[in-house]
Design a protein around this ligand. Structure first.
Ligand code: NAP
Length: 249
């Protein structure tokens, strides 16, 4: 029996990287997947094909989640196509990396709007449309929300806000039978790492400082998200689970 048989999930930024690994893991466990993405149609189409190969339905939802209007339209489309929704995974990320003293108004707004405000607005829309079916919500955070990563100030602050929202939502929605948790990843091989200044040097440093001796992969994250979405995790509420091979120890 598949763990998530008959369930339906929405994953923001599910077209590549960690979001795609989560999508494929959930699909392999019997979940139909709605993938939100912003621009890369080719990656999104490939992701849909892979989900369908696993025998599940795939729905592509192109929307910029830093825009409230696009979020609202996305949830209306989701309601029309999927009918109901059981899981919401907030995974999409955006933000410019660089020194704290050079963060501009727009860079700050982009990071906060995409990585924190969108989580709040998507959860509100999910509750508005799917109050009767939604059981669990997982947000993807980063160790940069609680520790310092090079050039990560604005994104780190947005992840700290995200983790705080997870606690408030967990407290408020638990009586309605909805679980809200986050996973906080250490460095993971995806296109995101390309934006770090002196990438190769920084990756080598992270590897050396990680007791488990390597950088993470999207497949390290996906099964933990699957667990947190499942009934087995029903007693975990409002928590942020760190997945970093021991780097922050
Ligand atoms: N990689 C790491 O080292 C690492 C470590 C810890 C935590 N994380 C977290 O894991 C999550 C996924 O990261 P990743 O490295 O897999 O990212 P990624 O490979 O850069 O993929 C980002 C995804 O987000 C989508 N996206 C970006 N801005 C969007 C917007 N405004 N509206 C809708 N979709 C948008 C992209 O769609 P398009 O391609 O269409 O633009 C893409 O699907 C993020 O929350 C990140 O903070 C990553």
């Amino acid at each position: 029996m598949k763990k998530h048989k008959g369930k339906k999930a929405l994953i923001t930024g599910g077209s590549r990287g960690i979001g795609l690994a989560i999508a494929l893991h959930l699909a392999s466990e019997g979940t139909d997947i709605a993938i939100n993405f912003r621009r890369d149609e080719e990656a999104a189409s490939k992701a849909a094909e892979e989900i369908e190969k696993l025998g599940q339905k795939a729905l592509l939802l192109k929307a910029d989640i830093s825009d409230h209007k696009e979020i609202k339209e996305m949830f209306v489309k989701l309601k029309d196509s999927f009918g109901d929704l059981n899981y919401f995974v907030s995974n999409a990320v955006s933000g410019v990396l660089g020194p704290a003293e050079r963060i501009g108004r727009l860079g700050w707004k982009r990071a906060l709007d995409t990585n924190a405000r969108a989580f709040m607005l998507c959860v509100q829309e999910a509750l508005k449309h799917f109050d009767n079916s939604i059981t669990s919500i997982v947000a993807i955070s980063s160790i940069g929300g609680q520790t310092v990563l090079p050039g990560y100030t604005a994104v780190g602050a947005s992840k700290a806000a995200l983790e705080s929202l997870v606690r408030y939502f967990g407290r408020e929605f638990a009586p309605r039978g909805i679980n809200v948790n986050a996973v906080s990843g250490g460095p993971i091989y995806t296109a995101s790492l390309d934006y770090f200044p002196e990438k190769e040097k920084v990756i080598e440093e992270w590897k050396n400082r990680t007791p488990s001796g390597r950088i993470g992969t999207p497949e390290d994250i996906a099964p933990v998200v699957s667990f947190l979405l499942s009934e087995e995790a029903a007693w975990i509420q409002g928590q942020t689970i760190t997945i970093d091979g021991g780097l922050t120890l």
